[in-house]
Write a protein that binds this ligand. Structure first.
Ligand code: 13P
Length: 347
């Protein structure tokens, strides 16, 4: 086995190790600023670092967090003790990763749709990111459901870019997380979510195969199949789990080592419950895991609210969400866990 292939499959295995998942802490400065503004906290390089360092240094985080996706700014920052953030994560048993796309931009000729940019110069940026300690990367394509959407052109442009990104990552021995997110905002039904997610995944896997991407050396980060958040019929946890798994069985090749779902604006509790229900059904060839942003960070962010004195409460809130999702990885999440603090379970 070549060294590159070996590095990719090892990273994949570690990222989707049983009981663990990924923390997506790669909000762009604009997005992070919105989250901090909502709490009345000024967004500065320093405040963004303080919150993120607090998450990364939570005692026992690596029990349930295998890797952390960083934004460019954080990858280059140093923790309070002077350690570079990627080194701090690695020392604490978590793999550092990096968001490499430069955002979703309006797609010409397709009103209301976007294509994700960032391919220019990506080979060189990956080289630098690897030197800075990143072992995996992320690229997010955004697909929306609505009148005439998703269009064929949005599906093919985004799938093409995802596959070019993935091939460049693998050339650099950096594991690509392939994230085609079908947004769940809107009044669409769960049937429409299923149809659009299927079309998206078929387009993505077609391009990945055409461009020679090694499926064993990547991780898929998709949305779950949900009712649109504004839809009058909200599917049950069981229905979401069954539909999502049935769809993935049809379209995701068995060679893919793991599926790490995004939370996509679900409540913290539903993000854990849906993942747990899927793992309880099981019988699939891939690990079913999480790569959550909001569903891991909303609780600690609000507990912290920019106050140093709240750090312990924020770390406890983060450890709790990590634990709930770690249990969901094993199909063992229940509502009762919501009332349990981590130290009561970790002995
Ligand atoms: P959410 O879990 O908040 O959807 O974020 C995951 C992510 O990384 C989006 O790109």
């Amino acid at each position: 086995m070549s060294d590159t292939r070996n590095a990719l499959t090892t990273t994949a295995r570690e990222l989707v190790a049983p009981g663990k998942g990924i923390l997506a802490a790669d909000e762009s400065t604009g997005t992070m600023t919105k989250r901090l503004d909502a709490l009345g906290v000024e967004s500065t390089e320093e405040s963004r670092l303080r919150f993120r360092e607090l998450l990364f240094t939570t005692a026992g985080a690596a029990r349930h967090i295998s890797g952390v996706i960083l934004y460019d700014e954080t990858l280059r920052q140093r923790a309070s003790d002077g350690t570079r953030i990627p080194a701090l994560l690695a020392r604490r048993g978590m793999i550092p990763g990096i968001k490499v796309d430069t955002g979703a931009k309006p797609l010409a000729g397709a009103a209301g749709e976007t294509v994700t940019e960032g391919l220019d110069g990506l080979r060189e940026r990956l080289e630098e990111y690897r030197e800075l300690g990143a072992r995996f990367a992320k690229w997010r394509a955004v697909i929306s459901i609505g009148e005439g959407r998703p269009s064929r052109s949005a599906l093919s442009a985004n799938a093409h870019a995802l596959a070019r990104y993935a091939a460049l990552c693998q050339e650099a021995a950096v594991l690509p997380i392939v994230e085609p997110e079908v947004l769940m905002d809107g009044e669409h039904t769960i049937e429409q979510s299923e149809e659009s997610t299927e079309a998206t995944l078929r387009a993505v896997f077609g391009e990945l195969l055409d461009q020679g991407v090694l499926l064993e050396g990547m991780v898929l980060k998709p949305n779950m199949v949900l009712s649109g958040y504004g839809c009058s019929r909200q599917a049950s946890v069981e229905e979401v789990a069954e539909r999502t798994l049935a769809l993935f069985r049809r379209v995701v090749p068995a060679e893919v080592p793991g599926i790490t779902f995004l939370s996509g604006g679900q409540s913290d509790e539903l993000a854990s419950a849906h993942l747990s229900a899927m793992n309880a059904i099981g019988g699939v060839p891939w690990e079913l895991s999480f790569s959550y942003g909001r569903a891991l960070q909303a609780a600690p962010l609000s507990a912290w609210s920019g106050q140093e004195d709240n750090s312990a409460a924020a770390q406890s809130a983060f450890a709790h969400r990590a634990l709930c999702n770690g249990e969901a990885r094993r199909g063992r999440y229940s509502e009762a866990l919501e009332d349990t603090r981590p130290h009561e379970l970790i002995s």
